[in-house]
Design a binder for this molecule. Structure first.
Ligand SMILES: Cc1cc2nc3c(=O)[nH]c(=O)nc-3n(C[C@H](O)[C@H](O)[C@H](O)COP(=O)(O)O)c2cc1C
Length: 195
């Protein structure tokens, strides 16, 4: 068996490029400071040799959990259950230029969502939510073909630096294959696991 020395070579092969408009979904698991687990889906904004980046609201539950306890896990699942990547690591606030670039790369809908996805907005009836959404879009369009939004103060991004990456691929004529990379001070160790 000759696996690549670095898990990033496998990530490059498995995940779409950062410039592909369709972003992969991943499950982000967190553990609160008192030990309660939580999980939700987020979009992978981009990755590089340092780790995986996602973006969210600084006032969200996930952001509070990470600030209290940076240990997280990410799970990517491919359609048809052909592949799974599980990442264990530690999250930290991403550099400001990365956070800004990720906001610019989001669609106008997702940019507006970052402004209006508030606790107050969530309490409103549906028709008022639609009205306020349309008014906000119009106020930011100003004759242009698409609305233009500045980055809200609560927009934040996290970098998950992996300590372990486990690549699972299904097989039809043999058991599924699991290859696990663990970070060491000098690189990565590779292990083959059942399951
Ligand atoms: C397909 C999909 C993609 C999502 N992408 C994001 C995302 O990139 N960032 C985000 O903050 N929430 C995203 N959400 C919403 C989260 O799953 C979650 O409901 C929200 O962020 C609140 O989570 P929290 O209360 O645990 O902080 C997405 C939901 C779905 C179903």
């Amino acid at each position: 068996m000759s696996e690549p020395q670095s898990p990033w070579q496998v990530v490059e092969e498995w995940l779409p490029g950062n410039d592909e408009p369709e972003r992969p979904q991943m499950n982000l698991s967190t553990v609160s400071i008192t030990g309660e687990p939580d999980a939700r889906t987020v979009l992978l904004s981009e990755w590089d040799s340092q780790g995986f980046y996602f973006h969210t609201d600084a006032l969200s539950r996930k952001a509070a959990a990470i600030v209290a306890n940076p240990a997280v896990a990410l799970t990517f699942l491919w359609p048809g259950f052909t592949k799974q990547l599980v990442v264990q690591g530690r999250a930290e606030v991403a550099p400001a230029p990365e956070i800004a670039a990720a906001y610019q790369a989001r669609s106008p809908f997702l940019q507006q969502l970052a402004w209006q996805n508030t606790f107050e907005f969530a309490q409103l009836p549906d028709d008022e939510r639609r009205d306020r959404w349309a008014t906000f879009t119009e106020a930011h369009t100003d004759g242009a073909s698409e609305p233009i939004f500045s980055q809200p103060e609560t927009w934040i991004g996290f970098l998950v630096r992996p300590t372990r990456m486990t690549f699972w691929s299904s097989g039809s004529d043999a058991p599924s294959r699991r290859v696990e990379y663990r970070a060491t001070s000098g690189g990565w160790t590779v292990a083959y696991l059942p399951g």
